[in-house]
Write a protein that binds this ligand. Structure first.
Ligand code: F6P
Length: 322
């Protein structure tokens, strides 16, 4: 039976991470296990910055955005000597296992630590929804709600001025936030790596919308597509259509804010589940939600799984957004 575990959040923060921290901490403490919160992801781990968490430290944190532990990206964690230092620190403190909340980069770190004798379990925490082994990552639902709020506001001003608003949505090369928001909010055009359109195609479509009398339009563009950026696209639209176009980059607003009810529930249950699996002696795995059931996969398998490009929803764009 393990006696001490650690928990850290790593990579971009995501709403729901605090709920997962609470889920892990409460489950551990209620099972007689000491739990240590490690500050600022793997960086805090290799700098030996951590604190024991008690029940009172996690009271009410499920409603707070961000992560109470802080987070960081630590590219140096790829170096074997840095990981070995982390293992020495954990062993010196008697911490036998770790829960890592973060994205795919954080999972790789968790796998390496498991190979070095510290059982680690990953919880998917990123607004991007780019982890194939789970239907939803923590923070994705909240980010979609934030995007809906922003798009409502942008549409008010855009329709008052009869403009086209071109909006860049986060996702780190994954188009889920753009696709789901575009379909849910009825954007006129959406462009993602899986549902790509050229500038010419976008201009043609907007001209046809204008011909049909559509006075205001919204175009959503997923970030980090080499072929298309919102600044050049807005310029092309202003020059080649009758719409005056304005661009907006929603940016990190999408990462903040109080977690949605769904993300709180997902965080609590994944946190509890991950801790229970650690208590069973499992490691090198990541938990998730698949077909409405909690599940887990080996991390290498999860990292190789192909993301669902959502062809059924994608196939609805022409019918819903035209
Ligand atoms: O992975 C989450 C995410 O918000 C991505 O959507 C985005 O590309 C990236 O992080 C931005 O990271 P940072 O805030 O470190 O620049």
């Amino acid at each position: 039976m393990i006696k001490k575990i650690g928990i850290l959040t790593s990579g971009g923060d995501a709403p729901g991470m605090n709920s997962a921290i609470r889920g892990v901490a409460k489950t551990a403490i209620n099972s007689g296990i000491e739990v240590f919160g490690i500050y600022d992801g793997y960086r805090g781990l290799v700098e030996d910055r951590m604190v024991q968490l008690h029940k009172e430290d996690v009271v009410g944190i499920q409603s707070r955005g961000g992560t109470i532990l802080g987070t960081a990206r630590l590219p140096e964690f790829k170096q074997p000597e840095v990981r070995e230092k982390a293992v020495q620190i954990l062993k010196a403190r008697g911490i036998e296992a770790l829960v890592v909340i973060g994205g795919d980069g954080s999972y790789t770190g968790a796998l390496r630590l498991t190979e070095l004798g510290i059982n680690c379990i990953g919880i998917p925490g990123t607004i991007d929804n780019d982890i194939a082994s789970t239907d939803y990552t923590l923070g994705f639902d909240t980010a979609m709600n934030t995007i809906a709020y922003c798009l409502d506001h942008l549409r008010d001003t855009s329709s008052s001025h009869h403009r086209c608003t071109v909006v860049e949505i986060m996702g780190n090369k994954c188009g889920d936030l753009t696709l789901f928001s575009g379909v849910g909010q009825g954007a006129d055009i959406l462009v993602t790596p899986d549902h790509f359109m050229t500038v010419d195609q976008i201009v043609d479509k907007l001209n046809s919308y204008r011909g049909q009398g559509r006075k205001q339009t919204t175009v959503l563009v997923a970030e980090k597509m080499k072929e298309l950026n919102v600044v050049d696209l807005a310029e092309a639209i202003s020059q080649r259509t009758k719409y005056e176009a304005k661009w907006e980059i929603l940016g990190r607003i999408q990462r903040g804010g109080a977690p949605s009810a769904f993300d709180r529930l997902l965080g609590a249950t994944l946190g509890c589940y991950a801790c229970k699996l650690l208590m069973e002696g499992k490691g090198g795995i990541c938990v998730g939600l698949h077909n409405n059931k909690l599940c887990y996969n080996d991390i290498p398998e999860a990292l190789q799984m192909q993301r669902d490009p959502h062809p059924t929803i994608g196939g609805m764009i022409e019918l819903l957004n035209n």
